[in-house]
Design a protein around this ligand. Structure first.
Ligand code: PMV
Length: 330
């Protein structure tokens, strides 16, 4: 089973012919509270476990898709042209290969991100989600959410979760073609929940999450317990969200993130995304908790931390972390 088979099935009765001059879309970035870490199929980005995320409202990607006037794909990222030999441009062109009306049709993709690229802030998630939504618009496919989520996943796993605002669960599924592996929006709201983005570094990371999860899955002795841990995490998160219990949510998400980073520290070779400031910030958060301040963090494959807390302690959080960027997810 390869991505072309999946496309044939999902687009079976649809035409790959431009229906308008430009397709456009916005997709929010998302932060996993129960992480996707490890694949059961690398070609189709099928995960070992389900995962659960919260979307970042106005932090995300705006993308337009049109026909290229030259014989190659053209990519603009935040108004700058990305050289065709850059990793990211090549990865994008491979993805676009799945959707060309003819072999010699090339695309112009213009993406504006409101978050730093490749800093563990999931810009590939919003990037591929906005791209598939823009392609859906460009070709007037009118695909349903489940199909769009499956197509976004072929670009980047976490993109499957970036089609909606709010809490989203991505089901791992069992089918070899990934037909039961898609995300869906959860019917929960939490108006007082806040997410604080603390950028420790916006430099591009040295090890991609794709490469990192592969090493962990293959070599960390801790990976064996990861699937059971994630299943428990997701169950507890549902409870925490339904009860709007910040301590239960924060403690559960923080532990899941640290468990993921523990698989990196115990890999062969070992590696670590933390920088000195990542650790000092974690220690600061833990000492705030000793003073009964309900603030927690999560961290993806990068040095940056995302703080989880309720609106009632917003002023205190701003005083403690003056450079924090606050997101209101609802
Ligand atoms: O979608 P990818 O290949 O960028 O992997 C994302 C991995 C994490 O961000 C670390 C976890 C997650 O669930 O988003």
């Amino acid at each position: 089973m390869n991505p072309n088979h999946v496309i044939e099935k999902i687009l079976a009765s649809r035409k790959i012919i431009p229906a308008k001059e430009k397709g456009e879309a916005y997709a929010p970035s998302n932060i996993a509270l129960a992480k996707y870490w490890g694949k059961r199929d690398t070609q189709l980005n099928l995960p070992v476990t389900s995962s659960l995320s919260i979307s970042l409202h106005d932090k995300g990607s705006f993308t337009t898709v049109s026909a290229s006037s030259v014989n190659q794909d053209i990519l603009f990222l935040n108004s700058r042209k990305v050289p065709a030999d850059k990793n990211f441009a090549q990865r994008l062109s491979c993805y676009l290969d799945l959707f060309r009306p003819t072999k010699d049709f090339y695309f112009t993709i213009e993406t504006t991100n409101t978050i730093p690229v490749a800093a563990g802030l999931a810009s590939s998630a919003s990037g591929f989600a906005a791209l598939i939504l823009a392609l859906n618009d460009f070709f007037a496919w009118q695909l349903d959410d489940q199909s769009l989520s499956q197509l976004a996943r072929l670009g980047s796993g976490s993109a499957a979760r970036s089609l909606w605002q709010g809490f989203v669960e991505w089901h791992a599924g069992k089918a070899i073609d990934g037909s039961d592996c898609f995300a869906e929006k959860l019917p929960y709201t939490w108006p007082t929940l806040r997410i604080g983005l603390l950028i420790v570094s916006d430099l591009e990371k040295k090890i991609s999450s794709r490469e990192a999860m592969k090493i962990c899955q293959q070599t960390s002795p801790f990976y064996d317990v990861w699937p059971t841990h994630v299943a428990q995490t997701i169950e507890t998160l549902h409870k925490a969200i339904q009860q709007q219990d910040i301590n239960l949510l924060g403690q559960t998400a923080e532990q899941n993130a640290l468990a993921m980073h523990a698989t990196m520290l115990t890999s062969n070779p070992p590696f670590c995304y933390w920088q000195t400031e990542t650790l000092t910030t974690m220690q600061k958060i833990w000492s705030l908790r000793e003073r009964k301040v309900p603030v927690y963090f999560t961290e993806d494959a990068g040095p940056n931390l995302k703080l989880l807390f309720n609106e009632e302690i917003l002023n205190l959080v701003r005083e403690e972390f003056p450079l924090i960027d606050i997101v209101e997810p609802f």
